[in-house]
Design a protein around this ligand. Structure first.
Ligand code: MG
Length: 392
């Protein structure tokens, strides 16, 4: 323990819970800035309480040199350094979707569940090589069963082709590039009068589905940037550039710590020449994307509309994802006031999700149970309406 009761041992995940109720916003911002500069991540737990998760090293003295030393409240010192206890506390606001399964399915009787799934970190584990983020056959089978009972879409930051190649299921709708490349059921453009984006694009009829690409006009610039970034970072060992069609991902999971700053500078130097694009950050990845008002939340709404649920008051979108970009979809569900936003996370995290699952193995358990539940509840009446969740 250091002077302020912060436990540490080598590289250790520790937690602070800080009561900010008597601090002004400036102080809160200073806290956040200082801690983020040191690589700490701020996690909001409840109302006025903040929780900092951080990695300490032996030479690190925690908050000792902090100008505004936090008062540790709520958690006793034993719990402060116990990730499980902090996770348990966080789950009070974001209960496990497995543990409250009945709370989810009970209101769903007679309603229409539509399932939305992220890919990386949700259906597949996060791995060092992004080209090897395979899902297991067991997970594929569970998603297939779910898609037999509910309309199911996968919304990923990857290119649509890549995620389809990983998933290899036909009865599923795919949206790539964070929802900027959607293959959905066939429908006429007139079905979507609410979509008024000026850059537009369109709807390209293809096969028996419809492709919607709101950032289509940005493709040439994406290709230019891709070539420029590849050239710029060619000498940085471990850096990987991924062409996600309408977005570019720069993976740095395998880059040495001392090279990270240089990598970031090089990526930003290219980005500065393209004012219509911006940078976001995911798990050990920088992502460059067109600055259009379109995200996974818009993709969710678009797909609901395409599936004919636009004006339906009894549709329940269920979205499972682990990324910051999934928060946009969680917000849409919260705004609708109906549905189930479920975050996949094994650590406490600030989120708009109402429920949680710890990791892909819990996602597998949840999806399997969801399919079993629908099968059981529809077994007495096997009408097609029931199969798609229209009633019991
Ligand atoms: Mg993900």
């Amino acid at each position: 323990m250091d002077k302020e009761g912060v436990p540490f041992q080598g590289s250790f995940l520790g937690y602070y819970q800080i009561d900010m109720s008597d601090r002004k916003n400036t102080t809160r911002m200073e806290f956040t800035k200082i801690n983020q500069a040191r690589g700490l991540r701020r996690l909001m737990l409840t109302g006025q309480t903040q929780c900092f998760a951080f990695r300490l090293k032996h030479h690190d003295h925690g908050f000792v040199d902090r100008p505004f030393p936090p008062r540790v409240r709520g958690l006793d010192q034993h719990h402060c350094g116990d990730p499980e206890a902090a996770y348990h506390l966080w789950q009070k606001d974001h209960p496990s979707a497995l543990k409250v399964f009945d709370r989810i399915t009970k209101p769903a009787k007679g309603k229409r569940i539509v399932v939305f799934l992220d890919y990386d970190g949700t259906l597949s584990p996060i791995v060092n090589d992004p080209d090897r983020a395979f899902m297991t056959d067991e997970m594929r089978s569970a998603v297939k069963k779910v898609s037999n009972y509910f309309p199911t879409a996968i919304i990923s930051g990857r290119s649509r082709d890549k995620v389809k190649e990983f998933v290899r299921l036909e009865n599923v709708y795919y949206a790539g590039s964070h929802g900027m490349d959607i293959m959905s059921p066939p429908a006429s453009p007139e079905s979507f009068p609410s979509w008024k984006h000026s850059t537009i694009p369109a709807l390209h009829q293809k096969g028996n589905g419809t492709v919607f690409q709101p950032a289509r006009n940005y493709l040439p610039a994406v290709q230019e940037m891709l070539a420029a970034i590849e050239k710029q970072i060619a000498n940085i060992q471990g850096a990987r550039v991924e062409d996600n069609r309408f977005c570019i991902s720069v993976h740095y999971r395998q880059v040495k710590e001392e090279d990270l700053e240089m990598l970031e500078q090089k990526v930003i130097s290219v980005l500065q020449k393209y004012p219509d694009f911006h940078l976001t950050r995911g798990k050990m990845v920088m992502e460059i994307r067109p600055s259009i008002e379109w995200n996974k939340g818009h993709a969710l709404e678009y797909l609901l509309e395409k599936l004919g649920f636009k004006d339906s008051t009894d549709v329940l979108p269920l979205y499972i994802g682990d990324d910051r970009t999934d928060e946009d979809a969680f917000k849409v569900i919260q705004r609708r006031g109906q549905g189930y936003p479920i975050i996949v996370s094994s650590i406490p995290k600030e989120t708009k999700a109402s429920y949680s699952l710890r990791d892909p193995s819990e996602v597998l358990a949840f999806l399997s149970r969801l399919a079993r539940w629908r099968k059981a509840s529809s077994s007495s009446n096997r009408s097609s309406a029931q199969i798609w969740g229209l009633g019991d």
